[in-house]
Design a protein around this ligand. Sequence first.
Ligand SMILES: [Zn+2]
Length: 248
Amino acid sequence: MSGGGRTHRLELDDQTLREWDAIVLHVEDGDDGERGIVLDRSAFYPGGGGQPPDHGVLLWGGVQTRIVGARQRDDLVLVPHDDDPLPPVGTAVAGAIEDDRRSMLMRTHSGLHLLSGVVFRDFGALVTGGNMEPGTARMDFNMEAVPPDFKATVEAACNVEVEADRAIEVSVLPRDEAFAIPDIIRTATNLVPPEVEMVRIVDILGLDTQADGGTHVASTRQIGRLEVAKIENKGKGFRRVRLRVHDV
Ligand SMILES: [Zn+2]
Protein backbone atom coordinates (compact mmCIF):
# COMPACT_ATOMS: atom_id res chain seq x y z
CA MET A 1 0.00 0.00 0.00
CA SER A 2 3.01 2.35 0.21
CA GLY A 3 3.19 2.52 -3.62
CA GLY A 4 6.20 4.81 -3.69
CA GLY A 5 8.58 2.82 -5.89
CA ARG A 6 12.05 4.09 -5.04
CA THR A 7 10.65 6.91 -2.89
CA HIS A 8 10.31 6.39 0.85
CA ARG A 9 6.85 7.74 1.70
CA LEU A 10 7.50 9.80 4.82
CA GLU A 11 3.89 10.99 5.21
CA LEU A 12 2.66 7.43 5.78
CA ASP A 13 4.74 7.25 8.97
CA ASP A 14 4.47 10.85 10.14
CA GLN A 15 1.40 12.78 9.04
CA THR A 16 2.63 15.94 10.83
CA LEU A 17 5.88 16.19 8.83
CA ARG A 18 6.01 19.32 6.64
CA GLU A 19 9.76 19.79 5.87
CA TRP A 20 12.52 17.31 5.06
CA ASP A 21 15.72 16.84 3.03
CA ALA A 22 15.91 14.64 -0.06
CA ILE A 23 18.01 13.74 -3.09
CA VAL A 24 16.71 13.84 -6.69
CA LEU A 25 16.85 10.27 -8.09
CA HIS A 26 15.29 10.83 -11.49
CA VAL A 27 13.92 13.61 -13.66
CA GLU A 28 11.39 13.36 -16.50
CA ASP A 29 11.51 16.05 -19.17
CA GLY A 30 9.57 14.47 -22.04
CA ASP A 31 9.06 15.88 -25.54
CA ASP A 32 5.34 15.71 -24.80
CA GLY A 33 5.88 18.32 -22.08
CA GLU A 34 5.36 15.83 -19.26
CA ARG A 35 7.81 16.78 -16.56
CA GLY A 36 8.37 15.07 -13.25
CA ILE A 37 10.73 14.59 -10.33
CA VAL A 38 11.47 11.42 -8.32
CA LEU A 39 12.95 11.88 -4.81
CA ASP A 40 14.53 9.33 -2.47
CA ARG A 41 12.27 10.59 0.35
CA SER A 42 9.01 12.49 0.06
CA ALA A 43 6.20 13.61 2.35
CA PHE A 44 3.98 14.75 -0.58
CA TYR A 45 0.72 12.81 -0.42
CA PRO A 46 0.31 11.77 -4.08
CA GLY A 47 -3.49 11.59 -4.09
CA GLY A 48 -5.78 8.59 -3.77
CA GLY A 49 -8.73 7.30 -1.77
CA GLY A 50 -10.59 10.51 -2.54
CA GLN A 51 -7.86 12.76 -1.09
CA PRO A 52 -6.22 15.08 -3.67
CA PRO A 53 -2.42 15.48 -3.85
CA ASP A 54 -0.42 17.90 -1.74
CA HIS A 55 1.05 21.12 -3.02
CA GLY A 56 4.41 22.46 -1.89
CA VAL A 57 7.92 23.35 -2.95
CA LEU A 58 11.43 22.01 -3.47
CA LEU A 59 14.27 24.42 -2.63
CA TRP A 60 17.77 23.88 -4.04
CA GLY A 61 20.69 26.30 -4.38
CA GLY A 62 18.50 29.38 -4.16
CA VAL A 63 16.05 27.98 -6.71
CA GLN A 64 12.40 27.20 -6.04
CA THR A 65 10.46 24.44 -7.80
CA ARG A 66 6.78 24.47 -6.91
CA ILE A 67 5.09 21.05 -6.75
CA VAL A 68 1.48 21.04 -7.93
CA GLY A 69 0.62 17.33 -8.06
CA ALA A 70 1.89 13.79 -8.48
CA ARG A 71 1.68 10.82 -10.83
CA GLN A 72 1.80 7.27 -9.54
CA ARG A 73 3.91 5.22 -11.95
CA ASP A 74 6.39 2.52 -10.89
CA ASP A 75 7.83 5.49 -9.04
CA LEU A 76 6.05 8.30 -7.27
CA VAL A 77 6.58 11.18 -9.74
CA LEU A 78 6.15 14.73 -8.40
CA VAL A 79 4.73 17.21 -10.91
CA PRO A 80 6.44 20.65 -11.00
CA HIS A 81 4.74 23.92 -11.91
CA ASP A 82 5.10 24.57 -15.67
CA ASP A 83 7.07 27.79 -15.10
CA ASP A 84 9.62 26.32 -12.68
CA PRO A 85 13.00 24.65 -13.37
CA LEU A 86 13.77 20.95 -12.80
CA PRO A 87 16.55 20.12 -10.32
CA PRO A 88 19.22 17.87 -11.92
CA VAL A 89 19.60 14.24 -10.79
CA GLY A 90 21.72 14.05 -7.63
CA THR A 91 20.68 17.49 -6.36
CA ALA A 92 20.09 17.81 -2.61
CA VAL A 93 16.73 19.55 -2.11
CA ALA A 94 14.71 20.76 0.87
CA GLY A 95 11.07 19.72 0.48
CA ALA A 96 8.16 21.52 2.11
CA ILE A 97 4.42 20.85 2.09
CA GLU A 98 1.91 23.69 1.83
CA ASP A 99 0.60 23.39 5.37
CA ASP A 100 -2.80 25.14 5.07
CA ARG A 101 -3.95 22.88 2.26
CA ARG A 102 -2.62 19.61 3.77
CA SER A 103 -3.88 20.32 7.27
CA MET A 104 -7.37 21.11 5.97
CA LEU A 105 -7.31 17.96 3.82
CA MET A 106 -6.38 15.92 6.91
CA ARG A 107 -9.29 17.42 8.84
CA THR A 108 -11.64 16.85 5.90
CA HIS A 109 -10.52 13.25 5.32
CA SER A 110 -10.89 12.39 9.02
CA GLY A 111 -14.30 14.11 8.95
CA LEU A 112 -15.42 11.79 6.14
CA HIS A 113 -14.34 8.70 8.09
CA LEU A 114 -16.20 10.03 11.14
CA LEU A 115 -19.31 10.57 8.98
CA SER A 116 -19.12 7.04 7.56
CA GLY A 117 -18.78 5.63 11.08
CA VAL A 118 -21.78 7.58 12.36
CA VAL A 119 -24.02 6.74 9.38
CA PHE A 120 -23.14 3.04 9.60
CA ARG A 121 -23.64 2.90 13.37
CA ASP A 122 -26.91 4.87 13.47
CA PHE A 123 -28.49 3.97 10.10
CA GLY A 124 -26.68 0.82 8.93
CA ALA A 125 -25.82 2.41 5.58
CA LEU A 126 -22.69 1.50 3.59
CA VAL A 127 -20.39 3.93 1.80
CA THR A 128 -20.32 3.58 -1.99
CA GLY A 129 -18.07 6.52 -2.91
CA GLY A 130 -16.60 9.81 -1.82
CA ASN A 131 -14.41 12.72 -2.75
CA MET A 132 -12.96 15.81 -1.11
CA GLU A 133 -11.38 19.20 -1.55
CA PRO A 134 -9.88 21.14 1.35
CA GLY A 135 -12.81 21.88 3.68
CA THR A 136 -15.57 20.35 1.57
CA ALA A 137 -16.44 16.76 0.76
CA ARG A 138 -19.13 14.43 -0.41
CA MET A 139 -19.85 10.86 0.60
CA ASP A 140 -22.30 8.51 -1.07
CA PHE A 141 -24.31 5.93 0.85
CA ASN A 142 -26.40 2.95 -0.11
CA MET A 143 -29.62 3.88 1.67
CA GLU A 144 -33.14 3.01 0.59
CA ALA A 145 -35.00 5.74 2.46
CA VAL A 146 -33.89 8.82 4.35
CA PRO A 147 -35.54 9.12 7.76
CA PRO A 148 -37.14 12.45 8.80
CA ASP A 149 -34.61 14.97 10.13
CA PHE A 150 -31.75 12.83 8.75
CA LYS A 151 -29.64 15.88 7.90
CA ALA A 152 -29.89 17.49 11.36
CA THR A 153 -29.64 14.14 13.17
CA VAL A 154 -26.45 13.13 11.35
CA GLU A 155 -24.87 16.55 11.82
CA ALA A 156 -25.59 16.52 15.56
CA ALA A 157 -24.27 12.95 15.93
CA CYS A 158 -21.09 13.86 14.01
CA ASN A 159 -20.38 16.82 16.27
CA VAL A 160 -20.94 14.68 19.38
CA GLU A 161 -18.12 12.47 18.06
CA VAL A 162 -15.94 15.52 17.35
CA GLU A 163 -16.44 16.68 20.93
CA ALA A 164 -15.72 13.18 22.26
CA ASP A 165 -12.17 13.72 20.94
CA ARG A 166 -11.69 10.08 19.93
CA ALA A 167 -8.10 9.14 19.08
CA ILE A 168 -7.39 8.44 15.38
CA GLU A 169 -4.66 5.81 15.12
CA VAL A 170 -2.73 4.56 12.10
CA SER A 171 -1.20 1.09 11.98
CA VAL A 172 0.19 -1.21 9.31
CA LEU A 173 -0.84 -4.87 9.53
CA PRO A 174 -0.27 -8.03 7.51
CA ARG A 175 -3.19 -8.54 5.13
CA ASP A 176 -4.67 -11.54 7.01
CA GLU A 177 -4.67 -9.69 10.32
CA ALA A 178 -6.14 -6.55 8.79
CA PHE A 179 -9.06 -8.33 7.19
CA ALA A 180 -9.80 -10.23 10.40
CA ILE A 181 -10.93 -6.90 11.90
CA PRO A 182 -14.75 -6.77 11.92
CA ASP A 183 -16.23 -4.24 9.45
CA ILE A 184 -12.89 -3.51 7.79
CA ILE A 185 -14.20 -4.18 4.27
CA ARG A 186 -17.55 -2.47 4.61
CA THR A 187 -16.36 0.35 2.35
CA ALA A 188 -16.71 -1.72 -0.78
CA THR A 189 -15.22 0.96 -3.04
CA ASN A 190 -11.76 0.84 -1.50
CA LEU A 191 -10.93 -2.82 -2.00
CA VAL A 192 -7.28 -3.52 -1.47
CA PRO A 193 -5.58 -5.25 -4.46
CA PRO A 194 -4.66 -8.91 -3.80
CA GLU A 195 -0.90 -8.34 -4.26
CA VAL A 196 -0.81 -5.93 -1.31
CA GLU A 197 0.72 -7.76 1.66
CA MET A 198 0.74 -5.02 4.28
CA VAL A 199 -2.41 -2.99 4.85
CA ARG A 200 -2.51 0.45 6.43
CA ILE A 201 -5.40 0.83 8.87
CA VAL A 202 -6.91 4.12 10.03
CA ASP A 203 -8.90 3.64 13.23
CA ILE A 204 -11.15 6.24 14.86
CA LEU A 205 -11.19 4.37 18.14
CA GLY A 206 -14.61 2.97 18.93
CA LEU A 207 -16.24 4.43 15.81
CA ASP A 208 -14.71 3.54 12.44
CA THR A 209 -11.92 1.32 11.11
CA GLN A 210 -10.85 1.43 7.46
CA ALA A 211 -8.06 0.28 5.21
CA ASP A 212 -6.80 3.66 4.04
CA GLY A 213 -3.66 5.30 2.61
CA GLY A 214 -4.62 8.90 3.36
CA THR A 215 -3.49 11.44 5.91
CA HIS A 216 -5.49 12.13 9.06
CA VAL A 217 -5.52 14.30 12.17
CA ALA A 218 -4.67 12.63 15.49
CA SER A 219 -8.05 12.96 17.18
CA THR A 220 -11.60 13.88 16.23
CA ARG A 221 -11.62 17.26 17.98
CA GLN A 222 -8.85 18.39 15.59
CA ILE A 223 -11.35 18.03 12.71
CA GLY A 224 -13.34 21.06 13.87
CA ARG A 225 -17.10 21.51 13.57
CA LEU A 226 -18.83 19.48 10.87
CA GLU A 227 -21.76 20.81 8.86
CA VAL A 228 -23.98 18.49 6.85
CA ALA A 229 -24.64 21.02 4.09
CA LYS A 230 -26.94 18.97 1.87
CA ILE A 231 -28.48 15.54 1.33
CA GLU A 232 -29.08 14.67 -2.32
CA ASN A 233 -31.21 11.86 -3.68
CA LYS A 234 -29.26 10.53 -6.68
CA GLY A 235 -31.57 7.61 -7.49
CA LYS A 236 -32.82 4.39 -5.95
CA GLY A 237 -30.89 3.71 -2.74
CA PHE A 238 -28.26 6.32 -3.63
CA ARG A 239 -27.89 9.25 -1.20
CA ARG A 240 -25.16 11.84 -1.39
CA VAL A 241 -24.15 13.71 1.79
CA ARG A 242 -22.28 16.99 1.36
CA LEU A 243 -20.03 17.89 4.26
CA ARG A 244 -18.26 21.11 5.25
CA VAL A 245 -15.51 21.49 7.83
CA HIS A 246 -15.43 24.63 9.97
CA ASP A 247 -13.06 26.03 12.55
CA VAL A 248 -14.82 25.68 15.88
ZN1 LIG B 1 -10.16 7.51 3.72
